[in-house]
Design a protein around this ligand. Sequence first.
Ligand code: E4P
Length: 218
Amino acid sequence: MEFFIDTANIDEIRTAESWGIISGVTTNPSLVSREEDDFFELLKSIAGFVNGPVSAEVTSSATNEMIEEGKKLASLASNIVVKIPMTPEGTAAVRTLSQDGIPTNVTLVFSPQQALLAARAGASYVSPFVGRLDDIGEDGVGLVRDIAELFSVHDLDTKIIAASIRHPRHVFECALAGADIATVPFKVLRQCYSHPLTERGLESFMTDWNRYRKNHGG
Ligand code: E4P
């Protein structure tokens, strides 16, 4: 499973990139609304330094408008992926964009049948929302598992991006469930590094090393 970062914040993306673990970025209108920059400038800048796909979401709801918006977004950089909501109008836009060679990511997926529809329309990626399903007492990781099985049984090459990741446990559970990618907020990525025994172990190695150096005239 690969890691994408789920943010539109340039500092967060640059920091996570410097850790050597990020292979793409996802944004959505809510994440973009937290930033000051102009949407198109922000996307151009993110896509310019990220070595991998950058999902940018359309905000219209009619098929023709989504196609137009998608083409405009895709023209900003070759690594832009057009994010389209899971609606009938959305799958129609996905079909046209994919026929034009523009990669798409179908978002707001909450059931296996929605994922199948998106894949059949030609989506490059589907984004099941794990945390938001858990929030209503359903099984978000179970959804990822079902979609992975469905895509495997039917030999579909649409990639699964586990989205709406809330905590480190989601990360490894989605990996085990068969997600191709997890798009993870900065805070959760940072949490994934953390273990009290790693921190304590590092501290005691350094204490021992400094004592050794002192004793050996270092
Ligand atoms: C990413 O593609 C999604 O838009 C994002 O993960 C949603 O996360 P949220 O449920 O925390 O808003």
